[in-house]
Design a protein around this ligand. Structure first.
Ligand SMILES: C[S@@+](CC[C@H](N)C(=O)[O-])C[C@H]1O[C@@H](n2cnc3c(N)ncnc32)[C@H](O)[C@@H]1O
Length: 339
């Protein structure tokens, strides 16, 4: 192996042992097979570093093969279908859309509506297919409280087509301000570098492929959320959150409280100065800004990182910590506000 392919091998070994282990045994085995294969690492070497990502490669292999391949099939598949796999890796990115994150966002949205006494206008930056733009269409089970989904066709988005909304379970601390009803969202729009279309079968296949193998319940909830969105897709605009947000914000209706939010997005803005400029723009705006990101995205708001919280996201409202959240929306630990 060359120094470059050795680095790639180390990245895949790290992915196998720290991310896939215990979560997706098939991906763990396949990532270890990539790490051990000089030809697989050489296949990845010419790609830009952000396209050498394990999640992207494993999803591309799966999409092209139509299933998760066994480790011993890896080299043959690369020989036979290498061009197709490379094409997927050049054109697709990891745009995992996780609607379960709405379970961690909904209390913050409801609180904003309560405090401002106005309905919500919602913008999501980095919206992918827009599934997190529909928090008022899903059901929630926070453990000690539940909020059923509105019946299909009766709530925003008003749909002529019946659908079965998902219910997202989220292990939630007792102090979280859980709403008894969905917030009133009167206007919504998303911005993404590459919006995905829930009514385009190829985009839907890619979204489904990004769910790790074996996570069947998560896949079922994703499909249910897609069916909600297919009935009345939220408006999505192509654009870069660091440049193209202001005109969209200007479209929000005056009588509503504008909330701009993002989850698992700012980590893709590699330059910290650009992230900080975005944060400053948000703080200088009239909008309420909700950020749900890994702890290192905005270290200035995160406080000291403790090992107990290292794998959690931090939910911020205008830079103030509100909660620590499971990265896939699986938990919500509300932070008591001081003063
Ligand atoms: C991991 S997905 C998260 C999607 C969604 N927020 C969720 O939580 O399910 C990240 C999304 O951010 C988008 N993205 C990354 N950088 C962006 C930028 N500078 N401007 C707009 N969108 C961006 C990607 O295209 C992708 O769809």
């Amino acid at each position: 192996m060359t120094p470059q392919t050795s680095q790639i091998a180390a990245r895949y070994r790290r992915f196998a042992t720290t991310e896939a282990a215990g979560q997706a045994p098939l991906y763990e085995a396949l990532a270890l097979a990539v790490a051990a294969s000089a030809s697989a690492c050489s296949f990845l070497a010419p790609l830009p570093a952000n396209r050498q990502q394990p999640n992207l490669f494993l999803a591309a292999l799966r999409l092209v093969a139509g299933r998760v391949i066994a480790p011993e099939e890896l080299e043959d598949l690369l020989t036979e279908k290498g061009a197709d796999i490379a094409a997927v890796m050049q054109t697709r990115t990891t745009q995992t859309n996780e609607p379960a994150r709405c379970a961690t966002l909904l209390p913050a949205l409801a609180q904003i509506q309560d405090q401002t006494q106005r309905p919500i206008a919602l913008i999501e930056v980095g919206a992918s297919a827009g599934l997190c733009l529909l928090p008022d269409a899903y059901g929630y089970d926070w453990g000690h409280a539940t909020l059923p989904a509105p019946p299909s066709g009766t709530s925003p988005p008003v749909s002529p087509v019946p659908y079965a909304p998902p219910v997202f379970a989220c292990k939630t601390s007792a102090n979280a301000p859980l709403p008894r009803q969905h917030p009133d969202i009167v206007w919504r729009a998303g911005l993404d570098l590459n919006p995905l279309d829930v009514n385009n079968p190829e985009d839907v296949a890619w979204l489904e492929t990004l769910v790790w193998p074996g996570q069947d319940a998560r896949l079922a909830r994703l499909r249910a959320a897609i069916s909600v969105a297919q009935a009345a897709p939220p408006r999505l605009c192509a654009g870069d959150l660091t440049r193209d947000l202001a005109p969209l914000m200007a479209e929000a209706p005056q009588g509503a409280t504008l909330v701009v939010f993002h989850t698992a997005v700012l980590t893709y803005v590699q330059n910290q100065a650009a992230r900080d400029r975005f944060a400053q723009d948000m703080l200088n705006s009239q909008a309420v800004w909700l950020s749900n990101e890994g702890l290192r995205v905005f270290p200035q708001y995160a406080g000291p990182e403790t090992p107990r919280h290292a794998d959690k996201f931090l939910l911020l409202r205008n830079g103030q910590p509100l909660a620590r959240t499971g990265p896939h929306g699986q938990s919500l630990d509300w932070i008591d506000q001081v003063g």
